[in-house]
Design a protein around this ligand. Structure first.
Ligand code: HEC
Length: 254
């Protein structure tokens, strides 16, 4: 009996590892974001508010705080980045009722305020690059890091469509003009139709988007970096003073 319990306990303790292992099969690309780059965050905000807020909320983020942190004039934000008739001091809610969304997509689109921290920037970056054509799915797409995802490929106009390379490593028909981009020899995808952006431009757009999501997940990180610089400056100045003082105190001691 005891042994059984023991085995059950070991089995249970291994469960989280098994869950982790099942998701770890896909190689995540490095997002390489720079949250200190305000222009990147501004571009990310534009993409996020245009392409994501229609389904997802970011309900812990206020438009006014974003405007301030990203150095965007309030009227520019109200005119170009707010679509649901909110006011500048309000949080980023979503007009679509969760219940209906769940009926349409099988799953309600989750709030994205904290996603970049929960999933990690690399995961979100890879996710947004990993939608591929799958005629068996209601949305026509599947995702390599999120199997059977309910979300459509909302950035298709920018990225174009891609499909999985066939399992034997054969890159499509000889006659097709399927292209691969830089560093893509080991990419699991091949491009089927081109989007408005080149693959490099799309990578940059997704990087901006993920940088913005990472900022939204922890807005104070911008301030933290700013404070850090002052702390280092203070330490440098204080270090010089302390050294001069020490020299002065010790000049008569031999
Ligand atoms: C048409 C509606 C729609 C739009 C627009 C949309 N999504 Fe989604 N998204 C969904 C749905 C539905 C899910 C839930 C999928 C599931 O659980 O199967 C989802 C899930 C996600 C997830 C996974 C969250 C998690 O941790 O499970 C991320 C990340 C995400 N979306 C990011 C984005 C980003 C970034 C954009 C804008 C570029 C965006 N979405 C635009 C519908 C949408």
């Amino acid at each position: 009996m005891n042994i059984r319990k023991c085995v059950a306990a070991i089995g249970l303790s291994l469960l989280p590892w098994m869950a982790w292992a099942s998701g770890a099969g896909v190689h995540l690309e490095s997002a390489n974001i720079d949250v200190g780059n305000v222009q990147s965050l501004q571009r990310g905000a534009q993409l996020f508010n245009n392409y994501c807020l229609s389904c997802h909320s970011a309900q812990y983020m206020r438009y006014s705080r974003m405007a301030e942190d990203l150095k965007l004039p309030v009227d520019l934000v109200t005119e170009n980045l707010m679509f649901a008739g909110e006011k500048i001091g309000e949080t980023m809610t979503v007009a679509m009722p969760a219940k209906e969304a769940a009926a349409w997509f099988g799953k309600a689109p989750p709030d994205l305020t904290l996603t970049a921290r929960q999933r990690g920037a690399d995961w979100v970056y890879t996710y947004l690059k990993s939608f591929y054509l799958d005629p068996g799915k209601p949305t026509g797409v599947n995702n390599l890091v999120f199997k059977d995802v309910g979300m459509p490929h909302v950035l298709w106009e920018l990225q174009g469509w891609q499909r999985l390379k066939s399992a034997d490593g054969h890159e499509g028909d000889a006659g097709s003009h399927a292209t691969s981009h830089e560093g893509a020899a080991d990419s699991p995808f091949e491009q089927v139709t081109e989007g408005a952006l080149t693959p490099e431009e799309y990578d940059r757009a997704v990087r901006d988007l993920v940088a913005y999501m990472s900022y939204v997940a922890e807005p104070v990180q911008l301030k933290r970096a700013g404070v850090g610089i002052w702390v280092l400056l203070f330490l440098a100045v204080f270090g010089v003073l302390a050294y001069l003082l020490k020299k002065d105190y010790w000049k008569d001691v031999h």
